[in-house]
Design a protein around this ligand. Structure first.
Ligand code: HEM
Length: 213
């Protein structure tokens, strides 16, 4: 067991195997028929939804780590120890951060397409001929998620590349220029932190409706 847990890839595989075990139990208990799995759009919708949330947690988990742990701690770290974070931890975290954002976005759009409301949601229910609160809610969530994805790829990442001189691509920037890029990245990261709260409200908003019955 310790051998399995000391290897990240094997631990991840074990997680998926455990999920499969849970799924088999669910099938045996009559929760799902095999014919529904083989032919079912509903089934693939479920798989995409599940992976969407797994990727979403990796993305937003790292966003929360940056905002709650790394940014507040940076000024308290002695200067000679700062490179441990800026040269090693942050570039690695940023790699997972931006690709998790990409995976979450692609799976989220795919989910809306499978659920057949992509256009209705993106127009916040306007194309439906009547205003559906449910479609408007997931539409707002999708717009917030897309804005956050855009911020990650086109604002936070390019600015962090320059601020931290990742892969030595920007070796000639002055200290002031780097500080400017770091500040822009910080402000947009904070923006995403703020937007994540209403975004998640919208994502899980289906539950509000269900409870109203
Ligand atoms: C570009 C960004 C995103 C898009 C386009 C998107 C799209 C969607 C869609 C279409 C649904 C299905 C809603 C339904 O019909 O019930 C959904 C659900 C969900 N999303 Fe996202 N999403 C995005 C970002 C995120 C992020 C960052 C998270 C963070 C964890 C997240 C977490 C969830 C959760 C928890 C659900 C509900 C699953 C359930 O109730 O079964 N989404 N999303």
């Amino acid at each position: 067991m310790a051998g399995l847990l000391s290897n990240l890839r094997n631990t991840l595989i074990a997680g998926f195997v455990l999920a499969l075990v849970v799924f088999v139990i669910f099938i045996v208990m009559g929760g799902y028929s095999l014919s529904a799995i083989l032919g079912g759009e509903q089934f693939w919708g479920f798989v995409v939804r599940w992976l969407h949330v797994v990727f979403g947690i990796l993305w937003i988990g790292l966003l929360y780590y940056f905002n709650v742990v790394q940014m507040p701690m940076m000024p308290k770290i002695p200067d000679d120890q700062k490179p441990a974070v800026s040269k090693f931890i942050a570039p690695e975290a940023l790699w997972y951060f931006r690709w998790a954002a990409m995976g979450t976005m692609v799976l989220g759009v795919l989910l809306a397409l499978i659920n057949r409301y992509f256009l209705d949601a993106m127009t916040l229910g306007a194309t439906q001929g009547f205003v559906s609160a449910q479609t408007t809610l997931i539409g707002i969530g999708m717009w917030l998620g897309l804005i956050m994805w855009f911020n990650v790829w086109f604002v936070i990442w390019p600015n962090q590349q320059r601020a931290l001189n990742i892969d030595n691509k920007f070796p000639d920037l002055s200290k002031d220029q780097k500080a400017g890029h770091a500040r822009t990245a910080m402000l947009f990261s904070r923006t995403n932190f703020m937007l994540s709260i209403p975004m998640l409200f919208c994502m899980v908003g289906g539950g509000i409706n269900a409870n109203l019955g």
